[in-house]
Design a protein around this ligand. Structure first.
Ligand code: M6R
Length: 612
């Protein structure tokens, strides 16, 4: 939830730290701070609010030094104030710590440290670590890495920590447990960060870190050990996207850029998935044909928007492969007794690969004997590393907090899985699979078509800017689309928005309809007449009670009762969510702009939710 960056090298450290924080601000933006390692002491500056507040307070007196740590915060323990902003320091002001995650035993640590004379100045869990490290560093004769190893053994919870000390300012020490941290290997300089985006301008060579590994970094060396001090061989990898992918590229917001990147993201995720002999190629699943035929059940676990991709998976996989699919919100999964066994395939969907609720559900599923397949957009993140297999989506970096292109690629990934399973277990013939795959290949062009015609929708959206409630109706595979439309609107426009299955309307939600209430209805695709007619009845029901109705319908579909119709290209019914979601993203985006909200960093949220 917080963004962390560390630097050691020849540059004036403030530059890569602030640039890195700017790239990580999507992770949290309640406050920001840096600690620079000047010889013998530390220069600390931290400010509540966005990174720009911190930048505004850094004047020309900023020391030119060559190492430091920086932090952008999403508050957990202690409100978003200057005092609670990171870094936190020991009582001598010489040791600074930044932290992402939660130290669960912080209050008992704090009591022990206060009993030993430490004075605390914040309400955070993090400050305990600064005081603890200070004592342990003295015990280990100034060895900050040894102090970190011992400190971590005493900590419970999930955390990434970076620390620096004024007596050896070129040394930055980091550690991770259930929270992301990567090392960037530069030329005469090194980096540590929550995400490679922080240092992609300087190097494309990174090291992934395992649980409880401690990194000691100077300009010319990176040493990794376990908590007992035993050396760990570095696992280097090359970052495959370039710096421009993490910039706005002429768009006013990352979200708008990411909406317009969707045709390419979908195309990239589909590349090379049909062999010459008409088989879906999905080696990443790492399942033999016999194992696939023996599958009894699939359980999908995910959160937020990724959960909606999971609902799409249910409709598609059950229809094609005839395998029962449960979809569960990851945070609920491990607190009941889910029935998982060797015949269960668990699919964990996560853009970031770091969502703590999903990670904990993955661990729970594995412990229960399930096989876990991750669908993920972030290479080498924790969820794919802890899963048995991973299918990477190719959306590229998603910076806006509101997920857009990641969702469309997740849907494509679940279609590929569904087609593969159906082909292997014989539920679909090769010719049917080939024909559906060819339809998938048409999707990027069709998304493009929608994006070329969104201007009238943007203008229309602005006329709803004063409304404080919007309802979304869908049936069948349009139901997850309705849920997603509502989630996007809540997240971006801070409007009360709800998505309903059309049939549920009369069981309660229709009471919400008042004169002028906007209702967005997704008309089922594929001319499934029974459903079409039912949705048309729903439209009449809400219209009769004063609703203003917008309908999303495929070209040629018969629509009655709509104030506005948004036409989308014709696709096989199960693929409709990939198209129908796009106008809803634009609607939410435009509402946020019209209401003067921060589109890329909506209030109270963070991109990557690394606490439970
Ligand atoms: O990184 P993940 O896909 O695991 O994130 C899951 C949710 O936190 C995420 O989809 C969230 O709901 C989005 N901000 C919605 O736009």
């Amino acid at each position: 939830m917080c963004g962390i960056v560390g630097y050691s090298g020849p540059q004036s450290a403030a530059t890569p730290l602030i640039e890195g924080l700017r790239r990580l601000e999507y992770r949290g933006y309640d406050s920001a701070g840096i600690a620079l390692g000047t010889q013998g002491k530390l220069f600390i500056e931290k400010k509540a609010g966005k990174l720009s507040n911190l930048e505004g307070s850094l004047d020309s007196s900023l020391p030119v030094v060559h190492s430091g740590i920086g932090h952008t915060r999403w508050a957990t323990h202690g409100g978003p104030t200057d005092g609670n902003a990171h870094p936190h320091v020991d009582n001598e002001g010489k040791l600074a710590v930044i932290h992402n995650g939660i130290i669960e035993n912080y209050s008992e640590l704090r009591k022990e440290l206060e009993a030993r004379g430490h004075k605390f100045s914040s309400e955070t869990d993090t400050e305990s670590v600064a005081h603890l490290l200070s004592d342990l560093r003295k015990k280990h004769n100034g060895d900050l890495s040894a102090a970190m190893r011992e400190a971590v053994k005493a900590l419970r919870g999930s955390f990434t920590l970076l620390a620096i000390h004024g007596d050896a300012p070129e040394v930055v020490v980091g550690v991770r447990r259930n929270s992301p941290l990567v090392v960037g290997l530069g030329n005469g300089e090194n980096f540590m960060a929550s995400d490679v985006a922080a240092f992609i301008d300087y190097t494309k060579c990174a090291i992934e870190l395992g649980q409880d590994e401690v990194v000691t970094m100077t300009p010319t060396s990176v040493k990794i050990t376990d908590l007992d001090g035993k050396a760990v061989a570095p696992k280097e990898y090359q970052i495959t996207w370039d710096a421009s992918a993490a910039q706005k590229g002429g768009f006013t917001h990352f979200m708008l850029k990411e909406i317009f990147e969707q045709p390419k993201a979908v195309a990239d995720t589909l590349i090379g998935r049909l062999s010459d002999n008409k088989q879906i190629v999905l080696d990443e699943l790492r399942m033999s044909a016999d194992e696939i035929r023996a599958l009894k059940k699939i359980t999908v676990i995910a959160c937020g928007t990724a959960y909606h991709a999971g609902l799409v998976a249910k409709y598609a996989i059950e229809k094609w492969a005839k395998i029962p699919v449960d979809v569960e919100i990851a945070s609920e999964f491990r607190y009941r007794d889910p029935i998982i066994d060797a015949g269960t395939l668990v699919i964990a969907i996560s853009q970031s690969g770091e969502t703590m609720d999903t990670l904990m559900a993955v661990r729970h599923a594995k412990a229960a004997g399930g096989r876990v397949l991750a669908i993920c957009n972030t290479n080498s993140s924790t969820i794919p590393r802890e899963s048995d297999a991973v299918l990477y989506t190719h959306a590229g970096p998603e910076i806006a907090v509101a997920s857009t292109k990641a969702l469309l690629t997740q849907m494509v990934a679940v279609y590929l899985i569904g087609l593969h399973l159906a082909q292997v277990n014989g539920a679909l013939k090769d010719a049917e699979v080939e024909s559906l795959y060819k339809e998938l290949l048409e999707l990027p062009g069709k998304i493009e078509q929608i994006l070329e015609t969104v201007e009238p929708l943007r203008a229309l959206t602005r006329s709803f800017a004063e409304n404080n409630i919007v309802l979304f109706l869908g049936r069948n595979i349009g139901y997850p689309v309705a849920l997603e439309g509502a989630l996007k609107l809540k997240e971006l426009a801070y409007i009360h928005a709800e998505g309903f299955a059309g049939g549920e309307l009369k069981h309660g939600p229709i009471a919400l309809i008042d004169k002028g209430t906007p209702v967005i209805a997704i008309l089922p695709a594929g001319h499934e007449h029974a459903l079409d007619e039912k949705m048309l009845s729903n439209i009449q029901e809400v219209k009769a009670r004063g609703a203003r109705v917008i309908v999303i319908a495929e070209e040629g579909a018969h629509v009655e009762g709509a104030e506005h119709i948004i036409r989308i290209p014709v696709v096989p019914a199960l693929f409709q969510p990939v198209l129908a979601t796009v106008p809803l993203q634009v609607f939410a985006y435009e509402m946020a702009v019209a209401r003067g909200n921060d589109v890329d960093q909506p209030r109270n949220l963070a991109k990557s939710v690394t606490v439970e």
